[in-house]
Ligand binder design. Structure first.
Ligand code: ADP
Length: 376
């Protein structure tokens, strides 16, 4: 019997999940709660409910139609969703799992309480906290909620800058944290099923420019002990949370070999896009398997190395970049994913490219070639 899966959010993550649902043997039909009819997932879903992600009335409508609801975006209104859960709506991950994760301050506090290494941090609630906060400069100011792609994250060098930055954020509840002097940022996707079966994908390197991910290299060029450390931390987190679903965990690695957690995303994640071509089971199929109570799929890689490059908007225009995409498609072992957003804005994620490789030899050259074609 067809299982109907609802996704809160209609962006590219929901779109790629809807695409992953298409093989007939899965027998899954997808409904999305999308903000507008031009959202990327609308083309691929069988049913659309219009509403912003925090519109619980739209979610109530979605719940009428589906067997289970999952998330591509966690900026939801948990209290209102709890009313639906109490009335029998099934959410994966559960609302209890999401509860400590949606606010960056409570997430950091939760991790610290459970002995997981995190950067030093402190809450900014009122203007008075700006002069008494204990972190030395430079530091990182973050809005507690609704930050993504580095929006709501600012590096500041002095108390005056901190004050300006917090004011320009609209004086929202925030946190400050030590600016970690990392050698590289890492990430791992971890899948956990309702039976507690748990698989961690390879640890990857993520590279950011101005707080936005530009590219990901899988597996990360790190030693086994560090990879194991990151994977063990991921396992400890999902086990503590009794979490069911797929989770993207981001880390900082410092020169002394220490790994600390930057963030947990309770859903599929940009750092896992490489899994579509590079792993036997993509992160999107894996989440579908979990929400439909199937056993987990094989996470091993199909190629020794993969690189994923984000196609980020670099101008404010209306364009589908058709010629450029064709040029990218001609590169060897290259897959181009276009999210169908026809309005480009600076920094907006418009698509991504994954290249499968035999080794790391030509990796920097490959990234430069892709960037030169994308942004001539
Ligand atoms: P978002 O949730 O918007 O993606 P993040 O908190 O993940 O924001 O931060 C985005 C990027 O900003 C990180 O990938 C990293 O490059 C940088 N960053 C965030 N926090 C710190 C920190 N404490 N120290 C150094 N760099 C940081």
């Amino acid at each position: 019997m067809t299982i109907k899966v609802g996704i809160i959010g209609g962006g590219q993550l929901a779109a790629m999940m809807a695409i992953a649902s298409k093989p007939q043997e899965l027998d899954i039909s997808i409904a999305v709660q999308a903000q507008g009819l031009d959202d990327p997932a609308v083309t691929w879903a069988e049913k659309i409910i219009l509403g912003k992600v925090d519109d619980a009335k739209a979610t109530a409508e979605l719940a009428q139609y589906v067997d289970v609801i999952t998330f591509e975006n966690e900026f939801v209104d948990l209290e209102k969703l709890q009313v639906l859960a109490d009335a029998g709506t099934k959410f994966i991950p559960s609302l209890q799992t999401l509860e400590p994760l949606l606010d960056k301050y409570t997430q950091r506090s939760y991790l610290q309480e459970h002995g997981i290494p995190v950067p030093k941090f402190s809450a900014i609630t009122t203007a008075a906290d700006l002069s008494t906060q204990p972190i030395s400069f430079p530091l990182v100011l973050k809005a507690r909620r609704n930050g993504y792609d580095g929006q709501g994250t600012r590096i500041v060098n002095s108390e005056a800058e901190l004050r300006d930055a917090w004011h320009s954020m609209g004086k929202v509840p925030a946190l400050v944290e030590e600016k970690v002097d990392f050698v590289v940022e890492l990430a791992v996707m971890i899948a956990r099923s309702s039976t507690g079966e748990c698989l961690t994908y390879p640890v990857v390197e993520t590279h950011q420019l101005n707080q936005v991910c530009t590219h990901v290299i899988a597996p990360a060029r790190i030693n086994q002990a560090i990879a194991t450390q990151a994977q063990e931390i991921a396992k400890a987190i999902v086990t503590n949370l009794d979490a069911v679903g797929i989770f993207g965990i981001e880390y900082f690695l410092t020169a002394d070999g220490k790994v600390s957690v930057n963030e947990i995303a309770p859903r599929t994640h940009n750092s896992g896009h490489y899994t579509i071509e590079a792993c036997h089971t993509s992160q999107f199929e894996q989440l579908l398997r979990i929400v439909t109570y199937n056993s987990l799929g094989d996470i091993s890689m199909r190629s020794p190395v993969a690189v994923m490059v984000n196609l980020l908007g670099y101008e404010n225009v209306e364009s589908e970049y058709v010629d450029i995409r064709h040029q990218l498609e001609k590169l060897p072992n290259c897959s181009v994913h276009w999210y169908g957003k026809n309005i480009s804005r600076i920094g907006r994620k418009l698509g991504h490219v994954t290249v499968l490789m035999e080794n790391y030899e030509n990796i920097e050259q490959t990234i430069s070639t892709i960037n030169a074609i994308w942004q001539p």
